[in-house]
Ligand binder design. Structure first.
Ligand SMILES: Cc1cc2nc3c(=O)[nH]c(=O)nc-3n(C[C@H](O)[C@H](O)[C@H](O)COP(=O)(O)O)c2cc1C
Length: 178
């Protein structure tokens, strides 16, 4: 196994991988499902479904997620200072679909409020983390957003049981013990 960044990290090597093959690789890689929300400059709520949320650092607490540069949420995300990641449970598949549907008012008919700091909070999702954006790193056709976590919901800090929603092969699943 190579321990060097060269030549595997070169642009030429990356260009050799077909987008379809890369998508298929991750299509079968199970991912937890989240909804990222934030306030647009005019205060209106913005949100989108994301499986790209990852833990980056525990001390200090930093997370990251990627957003495609064509996303309707990008304009608000490029201007926002903060937001909320909601970690979805097995009962939230419809909510996930809603926040990935283009051209609708995603917050219409959905239970939500605002944190005292103004970010939209989906009140049916009890596990969430508020974040403040540290950086937005261009990465191909997406942006990688790095964010410091400033607050975690009580449920998020000590979940009663692992009932998170999982997305694999374009299908929502729940975990079963093996
Ligand atoms: C399960 C799932 C996971 C998604 N994960 C991401 C993600 O991590 N980053 C992203 O930019 N879009 C992601 N999307 C797409 C966004 O939810 C997006 O808002 C949606 O495709 C509609 O795009 P629009 O707001 O530009 O119309 C995901 C969609 C689904 C269904």
């Amino acid at each position: 196994m190579s321990t060097s960044l060269e030549p595997h990290a070169s642009a030429d090597a990356a260009d050799a991988v077909a987008p379809r093959a890369f998508k298929d690789l991750f299509r079968h890689h199970p991912a937890g499902v989240a909804i990222v929300t934030l306030a647009a400059p005019d205060g209106s709520p913005v949100g989108f479904t994301a499986t790209s949320v990852i833990s980056v650092s525990a001390d200090p607490a930093i997370l990251a997620f990627s957003v495609t540069q064509t996303s309707s949420s990008w304009d608000a995300l490029s201007r926002a200072a903060s937001g909320v990641v909601h970690f979805l449970g097995t009962g939230h598949a419809d909510l996930s679909t809603r926040f990935a549907t283009p051209g609708i008012d995603r917050f219409s008919g959905v239970a939500w409020t605002r944190l005292p700091t103004g970010e939209p909070l989906l009140t049916d999702v009890s596990t969430w983390a508020r974040f403040e954006i540290l950086d937005r790193i261009p990465a191909g056709s997406s942006r990688l957003v790095l964010a410091a976590v400033t607050e975690i919901s009580a449920e998020g800090s000590a979940p009663a049981q692992p009932t998170r929603l999982v997305y694999v092969d374009r299908t929502y699943r729940r975990l079963h013990e093996v």
